[in-house]
Design a protein around this ligand. Structure first.
Ligand SMILES: [Zn+2]
Ligand SMILES: [Zn+2]
Length: 337
């Protein structure tokens, strides 16, 4: 008879989201390693709209960091934006119970390097510092727009994460509403704070630092760990040790520290899981929302090694086949000393 491991329901303390950790269904980390061979990519691709020399294939840049030879980081409006920057007046126009507002907002693309074949897994530290600095500057500029209620920075890496463009890039979408998922996080954080007068994220950081079993990497200002109730194998959260509600409030030293941590962490993912497809999601407080005592900005990394299926879509409960503790232990082996 096959030995059956017992599965476990775990609840994420920050969101109250449940997951089923079911390691008997697991492909162990070792088997995840043996993925398809990756093709060697060129440094420059004539057909790529983000490669140097093809600047006319994108709208004119809204922001640029220049280097010795041309630009180093370039931000352009998305050619096919999800939300339009031309809509100036935003009000609810739906008729009850159907709510609707005009699709005004911002949608920008951060072209992270002139090199076509770089990823966060092998990017140079100096370049990553400029990417983080660029995120900060765009965030600070966009938040000045009174119409906007939320700024989402995200990165889709690989087809399974929703991108077909290879050239290293992230996106920023600023919305005229607060996304429901963020609203839920803020509400849960407020409930926790009401009961204890403490921030739930600060409490999680403290216990993860103490236990260390889910810690992948720690720097002066940040911790990267696989959450207790990880939704997918190798889910990672990067959480600042200093309580701040919003990403744009970090100082220069913290920004550099974050770039270094990203560099090391994504290097380990790249080496350990053979450059997996993933989404990176910045979670930051809604703009002009007074949740500074209890909301705590952070970054969530969701590798796309599995596809959410019916049960996940029907219940919001993910079935994760890799123990978060095993995932952290596995990734730690691939950090450079
Ligand atoms: Zn390119
Ligand atoms: Zn906190």
């Amino acid at each position: 008879m096959r030995e059956e491991k017992i599965s476990e329901l775990r609840q994420e303390p920050c969101t109250k989201r449940w997951v089923i950790i079911s390691p008997q269904r697991a492909r162990r980390p070792k088997e995840l390693e043996e993925k398809e061979e990756k093709v060697e990519l060129p440094e420059w691709d004539r057909e790529c709209p983000f490669c140097p020399g093809n600047e006319d294939k994108t709208p004119p840049e809204v922001f640029l960091i220049s280097g010795q030879r041309g630009w180093t980081v370039r931000v352009v409006p998305n050619k096919f934006p999800a939300l339009s920057s031309h809509i100036t007046h935003i009000e609810v126009i739906g008729i009850d119970p159907f709510v609707s507002v005009p699709g005004g907002g911002k949608h920008e693309v951060v072209i992270e390097s002139p090199l076509h074949n770089v990823t966060w897994g092998n990017i140079e530290l100096g370049q990553m510092e400029m990417v983080v600095s660029c995120f900060l500057q765009r965030y600070r500029a966009l938040r000045e727009d009174e119409r906007l209620k939320y700024i989402c920075i995200f990165r889709n890496h690989g087809e399974r994460a929703g991108t077909s463009l290879i050239h290293p890039h992230s996106q920023i979408i600023a919305t005229p509403i607060v996304p429901e998922q963020i609203r839920t996080e803020v509400e849960e954080a407020r409930r926790y704070y009401d009961d204890r007068l403490r921030c739930v994220y600060c409490d999680v950081v403290k216990s993860e630092l103490r236990a260390k079993e889910r810690t992948v990497l720690e720097s002066k200002h940040f911790i990267a760990f696989t959450p207790f109730a990880s939704r997918v194998p190798f889910e990672i959260w990067i959480v600042p040790k200093i309580h701040r509600p919003s990403f744009d409030l970090i100082g220069e030293g913290e920004a550099k520290d974050l770039a270094q941590l990203i560099n090391e962490l994504f290097g380990a993912l790249y080496r350990g899981l053979n450059d997996p497809h993933y989404n990176v999601l910045f979670h930051s407080a809604p703009l002009r929302d007074s949740c500074e005592d209890y909301y705590h900005w952070h970054i969530e990394v969701l590798p796309r090694t599995t596809i959410p299926a019916g049960f996940e879509l029907g219940t919001g409960i993910y079935i994760n086949t890799t123990l978060p503790e095993d995932a952290a232990r596995f990734l730690r082996q691939y950090l450079k000393d």
